[in-house]
Design a protein around this ligand. Structure first.
Ligand code: ADP
Length: 306
């Protein structure tokens, strides 16, 4: 039995029409993490989540949640995970309290063990407890979805693109709540297109592309994998240095500022600046831009396509 929160081994999925959505994917999500699952549209993220949720049958491989194999022990596997779907689906005539009570009933949580009030408080919906769901704002509905995924107190929660189309303020609130859940011991897996968000929130990030796992690293290391760096140089007089072995690309930004891209496996900032000076250009200011996840993501997915 694996002691990982989620363990995935050689997981493959080919849909009935012949589309292979997952191709031999293996990875573990360690307990206690906020784990990011990133990938472009059509990469296979939803397929993976739907297999864990028991909504899609895998073609081959194994998956377990909190040590419970999804095929051999589906009840325990299901009880160990809460899934916050992308789509907002509620009966518009139920109130948040009824929605949570109903969900708790579906999961067989006895009335004495239900924490409806605590959950409503946690997602700041206690004053909307008796309002019809259809009268809630988009943000309130998202929060209710999270509460709904938590009714059976699962140790693992998966959020599928939870902030797609959500405004910045609300996104911030959702992340605060997710961070609180994690501090309370819940392992969190989230899929997102917002790389910056994944970078800020996730301890570890896996990237999937065309159904294959192409990276699975601590966030810090993944950022370090970006090879391209940029140094922006302000010159005393406008000018462009001639080609040098250590430049990948030179762009004139405006007037006398130029951005030089270099690969950190081939050169360092000192060599780049020396090449500029040796071309007879006087440098009066310098700044560098750190690579972010966007760079890594583009590099990795480009390498994969090549
Ligand atoms: P993501 O969530 O990363 O956008 P998906 O898992 O939704 O990716 O899709 C992966 C691939 O599988 C896509 O090419 C998609 O068109 C295909 N796919 C998804 N669901 C089905 C389905 N029910 N039947 C056939 N193909 C599907």
């Amino acid at each position: 039995m694996s002691d990982a929160a989620i363990s995935i081994r050689h997981l493959s999925k080919t849909y009935a029409g012949g589309k292979q959505a997952l191709d031999d994917v293996s990875f573990d999500v360690e307990r206690g993490l906020i784990f990011g699952l990133l990938g472009p549209n059509g990469a296979g993220k939803s397929t993976l989540i739907n297999i864990l949720a028991g909504l899609v049958n895998k073609t081959s491989g194994h998956a377990s949640i909190w040590g419970f194999d999804i095929n051999e022990n589906p009840r325990n596997a299901k009880a160990s995970i809460g899934i916050v779907p992308q789509e907002i689906m509620f009966d518009p005539f139920f109130t948040p309290r009824q929605t949570l009570d109903l969900q708790a009933g579906l999961y067989g949580v006895p009335k004495t063990k239900r924490q409806t009030d605590a959950l409503l408080r946690a997602v700041h919906l206690e004053d909307k407890a008796e309002a019809y769901s259809r009268t809630l704002s988009g943000g309130m509905k998202r929060r209710l979805l999270i509460a709904k995924a938590m009714v059976h107190s699962p140790p693992v929660i998966i959020l599928d693109e939870p902030t797609a189309g959500v405004d910045i303020e609300l996104r911030q609130q959702l992340w605060e709540y997710v961070t609180e859940l994690n501090k309370g011991g819940v392992t969190v897996v989230l899929t997102t297109h917002y790389l910056e968000e994944a970078e800020q929130l996730c301890d570890r990030i896996a990237i999937i592309n065309h159904g294959k796992l192409i990276a699975n690293e601590p966030t810090r290391d993944l950022i370090g994998m970006a090879q391209e760096k940029v140094v922006v140089v302000t010159l005393e007089h406008a000018g462009t240095p001639p080609d040098s072995g250590c430049f990948e690309k030179v762009e004139v930004l405006e007037g006398n500022r130029i951005a030089i891209t270099y690969r950190k496996d081939k050169a360092n900032a000192g060599e780049v600046l020396r090449a500029v000076s040796e071309a007879g250009l006087n440098i009066i200011d310098v700044s560098t831009r750190e690579a972010d996840l966007e760079d890594v993501f583009l590099n990795l997915t480009r390498a994969e396509a090549a």
